[in-house]
Design a protein around this ligand. Structure first.
Ligand code: NAD
Length: 463
């Protein structure tokens, strides 16, 4: 069940009464909130308990802040309150302990925002079918917060979005409710940079960029994050912070596209792409290796560049690198299908009627996340060619391809030997790639998972 008025049930390092004004007589609102941030007694609400919001909420609670995790999905809220997180970045026992200690509670009750000193918005920012930004989640969350604005609040947007969102969309919503920026209302943008499933870099290990609308907004947001992360980088305003995040993701998308195009060129030249990249990566400066694959996936890399491209189009400028990278990356599933068709053809087989086993369908290794996974496009195209498709993925029990529901199969020796072609789409660490190479009659490896195993085997084709 959702818990009502959650901040009243939650305890921080110090005790504060509900509705206690953040500013005492003789104090500025900034000083009052600053003190609560420094002592981790500020009450924090994190809107959206997804891949980003949940680990952030847990990190804040671990630091001592009383934290409310708000989400519109009651099933997810109930699971979180029962200590069952949906992301590998949060430990269920720790979540349950924080809940037990009264430092974290999940709820669907947005009225709890009235009791919050800090409101952090981490809602999804997808693209519409037209590839224009779908900013409706941010707008809904900001409206919910603005409708419950209380003087003294710090509001931070973390969702990746187009430059200008914080000042053009959020600020007017709060100003129209009587909030006076920099005096009794503080607003900042601080992009989340988490990499779900990454064991080396968790929330606390990743430096936080902070751009407030006024210097006081930046100071307060930086003070909050200093309680939980290794380093805080203050920039001159929200637009810089919004653009820094977009630049990171455009950089990644463009470099993946370059690696993908390089793979196409290496194939024509009869050279192993991976060998070229590994050789180039021995340069100790000025080079960063990126690898080809079946296309980009996840909520960020294929999506976020579209936010910048859209904003630039409104400014009369076509973002050419973004357009080209998108074009190359989105063509990769068809290229993978062509590789498979060619390899089967050389064995006097056609895709039509071939038994194809896909290994891995999540968008990246070690996670269950299917958002924008290029595996779905590869499988849909294979089906349209008449292939008989099945898949194994220890993280994803079922998928829908072209409206047809497929259940995951267990990876056995028998399914490797009976497949006409095994295509590696996600290099999950659980798969035994030596066994795959040994038993499968034909392997198309889009992730170079067989690097170092296959040798010059002519039944193994890599990108
Ligand atoms: N996932 C990543 O790897 C990652 C990394 C860095 C930044 N980001 C950015 O962070 C933002 C959030 O991404 P995510 O992957 O955490 O999203 P997500 O897909 O995990 O979020 C889904 C959750 O949002 C909830 N939700 C939807 N609308 C809501 C609302 N109005 N109020 C409260 N909850 C709502 C849903 O119920 C669901 O629980 C995006 O802007 C994304 O670009 C994501």
């Amino acid at each position: 069940m959702a818990t009502s008025a959650p901040h009243q049930h939650i305890v921080g390092k110090g005790r504060r009464r509900s509705h206690q004004p953040a500013a005492e007589p003789g104090h500025t609102a900034e000083a009052a909130l600053g003190e609560h941030l420094y002592t981790q007694t500020a009450r924090v609400s994190v809107i959206c308990q997804g891949y980003v919001g949940l680990p952030l909420a847990v990190e804040l609670a671990r630091a001592g802040f009383p934290v409310v995790g708000l989400d519109v999905d009651l099933t997810r809220v109930d699971a979180l309150n029962a200590g069952r997180p949906h992301t590998p970045d949060v430990d269920g026992r720790e979540l349950a302990a924080l809940r037990q200690a009264g430092r974290y509670v999940a709820t669907t009750d947005f009225d709890s925002l009235v009791d919050s000193d800090v409101v952090i918005i981490c809602v999804p920012t997808p693209l519409q079918k037209s590839k224009d930004p779908d900013i409706s989640y941010v707008a809904a969350a900001a409206e919910a917060a603005a409708a419950r604005f209380r003087p003294g609040q710090l509001v931070i947007l973390e969702s990746t979005t187009y430059p200008g969102t914080t000042e053009e969309l959020l600020l007017p919503l709060f100003a129209s409710r009587g909030a006076v920026l920099g005096e009794d209302f503080f607003l900042a943008f601080s992009p989340e940079r988490i990499d779900p499933g990454n064991r080396a870099f968790k929330v606390r290990d990743i430096p936080k960029i902070v751009g407030g609308v006024t210097p006081a907004c930046t100071r307060l947001a930086a003070l909050l994050y200093r309680q939980i992360v290794v380093q805080v980088i203050a920039v001159s305003g929200p637009k810089v912070a919004e653009l820094a995040k977009l630049y990171e993701n455009v950089f990644r998308n463009v470099n993946i596209a370059l690696a993908n195009e390089f793979a196409l060129m290496c194939r024509r030249l009869g050279v192993n792409t991976r060998e070229v990249i590994e050789a180039a990566a021995t340069k100790p400066f000025g080079f960063l290796p990126f690898y080809p694959g079946p296309g980009t996936g996840g909520h960020c890399i294929p999506v976020d560049p579209g936010y910048l491209a859209w904003k630039m189009r409104l400014n009369g400028y076509e973002a050419r690198f973004i357009r080209l990278a998108d074009e190359i990356n989105r063509a990769m599933p068809a290229y993978v299908v062509d590789l498979m068709a060619g390899a089967l053809n050389r064995r006097r087989r056609s895709l039509n009627g071939a038994r194809i086993l896909a290994l891995g369908v999540a968008y990246k290794r070690g996670v269950a996340d299917m958002r924008e996974s290029p595996a779905l496009e590869v499988l849909a195209q294979l089906r349209q060619c008449g292939a008989d498709i099945s898949y194994a993925d220890p993280y994803v029990p079922s998928i829908t391809v072209d409206g047809v529901v497929l259940q995951a199969t267990k990876l056995t020796d028998e399914c490797l030997t009976t497949a006409d072609c095994v295509v590696i789409l996600t290099d999950h660490p659980e798969f035994d790639y030596a066994r795959v190479v040994e038993l499968a009659p034909l392997v198309v490896d889009t992730r170079n998972a067989t690097w170092g195993i296959a040798g010059p085997a002519d039944h193994v084709i890599t990108l």
